[in-house]
Design a binder for this molecule. Structure first.
Ligand code: FES
Length: 85
């Protein structure tokens, strides 16, 4: 379904960007949705909100809290794979 008639942007396109982790402002900047007459802003925000609620983005955390705050070093001994047993 076309959400933004002025820019010809569908709900699927907005949803695809929202599932990629983009917020409304980023999607608006990227696609130009709700940048002309503004009639579509509420519907576009609803699509983003629905996708954000049902399609959470990955939240990757370090298992070892002692590594937090340090920069990633691929040569760090603590990150190297141990030999197979
Ligand atoms: S319908 Fe989206 S800006 Fe006009």
């Amino acid at each position: 379904m076309i959400v933004c008639v002025c820019r010809r942007i569908s709900d699927r396109e907005i949803a695809r960007h929202a599932r990629a982790g983009m917020g409304f402002d980023e999607i608006q900047f990227e696609l130009g949705v709700a940048t002309q007459c503004g009639q579509c802003e509420g519907c576009a925000r609803d699509v983003v909100a629905q996708c954000s609620a049902t399609c959470p983005t990955a939240n990757i955390k370090l298992a070892d809290s002692s590594l937090e705050g340090s920069s990633w070093n691929p040569l760090s001994p603590s990150l190297q794979a141990s030999p197979a047993a």
